[in-house]
Design a protein around this ligand. Structure first.
Ligand SMILES: Cc1ncc(COP(=O)(O)O)c(C=O)c1O
Length: 409
């Protein structure tokens, strides 16, 4: 008798937990990579699938952690965080995004990465039967927690003909009536689309009119290129009344593993988040928060990171277009989102997942497939390379390998 047979909660499948034989996307990619590596041990895998920076944090940030890590005063639980971090976050929002008038202690609280923050926000807002409106494809954490809590999720597909913005007018009235959260994410993972002030204005109007709280996931907000300047939802009039923005140091400062983020926005919702957080974790290590303060005060770190990605995008986008893709350089994120090929030679692909698997097995090129709203492949510019020459070599190699496949579009 399996003691745990009837113990696992229904939200995880109850008695069916662990019996699911379906293999999920990322596991399938992992297996395909392993197989390709085994079959072609001498050919390096070109990994365009990674959603994390390829380099460690800036040495100044690392030094700050080193010098703070052993100090006695930093050893305590930090609970809802140190004031210096809140103050630095407020300054950062002002300097980078022009968000004025934030009270660091009322409008801002840190998080141990933005993932747990996005998990906790439904705990602040969702009662059973409430609906979260969530863009797809995308980062699923807020939607998943909504379902855990007995809420429902209404998906808003991001499609090319609507410039990868959600069509807020298409939401049925009965859904709107029960909607509590609108989750959006710009610059968007995976489409690479960036927000406009007009779009944020529409979102604020929608939120007011329909009594819906806006959660803006700004994980990539500072990672922008060319003439597009970082844009905060909070910089638009009325945003602070209806919503909250979640910022992360992961992508803008190469600090994914450090786990540091912050929420900013409506004081009541920030306070509710603080209450859930206080009952969930005991805060990030103070030395890491202090290293985070250093990062937030040194925005040139992000500037350099963006210059590198921008250079890589120039190479990648022109190579993809020579191969036959219809690629455009995004204005933010590190993702290039292109329509998936229909086939290669005599092989046809039913969806992006099949195309992605084919690319790994036949050309040792790893991408991430998305089939939620059309079939697309995501190429990430966070592949491992040191400097322009190496980057160019990898992209040239990618082009050569792909041209050999006779891809059909
Ligand atoms: C859109 C989006 N939001 C949030 C996160 C979580 O980032 P972190 O928890 O490292 O802050 C990610 C990570 O990939 C992401 O892509």
């Amino acid at each position: 008798m399996d003691f745990f047979l009837d113990k696992i909660a229904e939200r995880l499948g109850g008695k069916q937990f662990g019996k699911d034989t379906q293999i999920y996307k990322f596991e399938r990619i992992k297996r395909a990579k392993q197989e390709a590596r085994k079959n072609y041990p001498d050919i390096p895998l070109i990994d365009m699938g990674v959603g994390e920076p390829d380099k460690p944090a800036d040495s100044g940030v690392v030094q700050m952690l080193v010098s703070e890590a052993g100090k006695a005063e930093n050893r305590w639980y930090s609970d809802n965080g140190i004031p210096q971090f809140q103050e630095a976050a407020a300054e950062y929002l002002k300097e980078v995004y022009g968000v004025e008038g934030l009270n660091p202690y009322e409008n801002i609280i840190h998080g141990i990465g933005s993932k747990p923050v996005l998990a906790m926000l439904p705990l602040c807002l969702i009662n059973p039967g409430d609906i979260t409106l969530s863009t797809i494809p995308g980062y699923p954490v807020t939607a998943t927690y909504t379902k855990y809590l007995g809420g429902e999720v209404y998906n808003l597909p991001l499609i090319e003909s609507n410039s990868f913005f959600p069509d807020l007018k298409s939401i049925p009235l009965d859904v709107i009536k029960r909607a509590k959260i609108l989750y959006i994410n710009y610059p968007n993972n995976p489409t690479g689309q960036t927000a406009t002030i007009e779009f944020f204005k529409d979102v604020i109007e929608f939120a007011y009119k329909n009594n819906v709280v806006v959660v803006h996931d700004a994980a990539y907000a500072a990672v922008t290129f060319d003439d597009y300047k970082p844009l905060s939802f909070l910089s638009v009039e009325g945003a602070m009344e209806v919503g909250i923005e979640v910022h992360s140091l992961s992508k803008a400062f190469n600090m994914t593993g450090w786990r540091l983020a912050f929420v900013a926005g409506n004081p009541k919702l920030v306070k509710a988040y603080g209450t859930i957080k206080d009952n969930t974790d005991s805060g990030q290590f103070m030395a890491i928060q202090k290293a985070g303060v250093y990062a937030l005060k040194n925005t040139n770190i992000t500037k350099e990171i963006c210059e590198k990605y921008s250079r890589r995008f120039n190479l990648l986008v022109s190579a993809l277009n020579e191969i036959g893709f219809n690629a455009k350089k995004p204005k933010g994120t590190f993702y290039c989102y292109v329509k998936s090929p229909k086939g290669a030679g005599n092989t046809s692909f039913e969806n992006a997942e099949q195309a992605s698997e084919y690319l790994i097995k036949n050309a040792l090129i790893s991408t991430v497939p998305w089939d939620d709203a059309g079939s697309y492949l995501r190429f990430s510019v966070t592949f491992e390379a040191n400097g322009y020459e190496e980057e160019k070599k990898i992209i040239d190699d990618l082009k050569k390998r792909m041209l050999k496949l006779n891809l059909r579009f």
